[in-house]
Design a protein around this ligand. Structure first.
Ligand code: DGY
Length: 331
């Protein structure tokens, strides 16, 4: 009787059981055990000879890594919807499909966006600190005033899945919604959102929330000029990718009260170094890239990443592929 040889895969971190069980059932899996991400050398060493790679947004995967793994590499599955950590053009040039996890983290990310809007706009973290440190003495009429939500204007920079889900939440809060998206946008049912040029959105929005991918066009898009175009009472929120914001410019805008506050789930680098001047600011709320960190969402992400990986190993089309042109090339 012939034994079936299982495909060999390298998984760059322990993912949730839902996905991991699927992978270990089908593959000979080597799972990086560390709490910290593997370095380049460790990825190369662990993945050399693998048929599949499941990686995280903390792993930079480029052509040199792909070549080091070897020509047998059939699939790269990213455990994230964003895929700026992978040089996709390098994968495409090698005919390797790259998978991601779209859709399933939309609601969790939109919830986190709103949580940051509320936390930064209503000074929740600053207020909590005042209570804990005993610096709050008594209720007083002008103490810790913050932003209103009802009838305020929300400016969404990017109106894809997550931007739209934020718009639904904002409608419930009675906000006016503007969006700016350079790609063609179809209207979102149930939401009265108006398209706007970026300069108009920045001029009118009380909250500006970033929902674009990170690419050459959006790197440092939120720079000094962008921030200078916002209202001095406005709040900036970023749950997309850290490098979209020029953090030196943001520091200056927050320090000088050029804008009221910011809420960041993502930074550059992650985490911010302990001495980062941003961490000295009371009008910044910063979280450790947890927008998708809800139980069900992370379980679904692990499953979706596992399904992409296994489809690629079987030579099937990935259920969610960011470079479908690899299939066209085969014909
Ligand atoms: C993603 O999937 O791109 C998020 O940033 C991580 O949850």
């Amino acid at each position: 009787m012939r034994r079936m040889v299982k495909p060999k895969v390298f998984v760059t971190r322990t993912i949730l059981d839902q996905g991991l069980n699927l992978i270990t059932g089908y593959c000979d899996a080597d799972v990086w055990p560390g709490e910290m991400p593997p370095g380049r050398g460790e990825i190369l060493e662990g993945a050399r000879g693998a048929d599949g790679l499941l990686c995280l947004l903390t792993d930079r995967i480029d052509g040199a890594i792909m070549d080091g793994i070897g020509p047998q590499l059939k699939v790269i599955s990213n455990h994230a919807v964003g895929f700026d950590n992978i040089v996709v053009s390098d994968a495409t040039a090698r005919g390797i499909p790259v998978g991601n996890t779209p859709g399933i983290l939309t609601d969790a990310t939109a919830d986190m966006t709103f949580a940051l809007m509320l936390a930064a706009g209503r000074r929740i973290v600053e207020g909590e600190r005042a209570v804990r440190t005993g610096s709050w003495k008594t209720w007083s009429p002008a103490f810790m005033l913050g932003a209103d939500f009802a009838r305020a204007t929300l400016g969404l920079v990017g109106f894809g899945r997550i931007g739209r889900a934020v718009a639904h939440r904002a409608s419930g809060f009675g906000m006016r919604i503007l969006y700016h998206d350079p790609s063609p946008v179809i209207p979102e049912p149930g939401v009265a959102a108006e398209p706007a040029e970026l300069h108009v959105l920045l001029r009118e929005a009380d909250f500006v929330s970033i929902h674009t991918p990170l690419d050459n066009a959006t790197r440092h898009m939120v720079n000094a000029a962008f921030l200078a175009s916002m209202k001095p009472t406005a709040v900036l929120v970023n749950t997309a990718r850290g490098p979209i914001v020029d953090q030196a410019a943001l520091y200056e805008a927050l320090r000088s009260k050029r804008i009221f506050a910011a809420g960041l789930d993502v930074t550059d680098p992650e985490p911010l170094p302990p001495g980062s001047p941003l961490l000295e600011l009371d009008n910044l709320v910063v979280c450790p890239h947890i927008a998708s960190a809800s139980w069900a969402t992370r379980a679904r992400m692990s499953l979706m990443a596992a399904e992409n990986l296994i489809a690629g190993l079987k030579g099937e089309r990935l259920p969610n592929c960011v470079n479908p042109e690899v299939y066209a090339k085969e014909k």
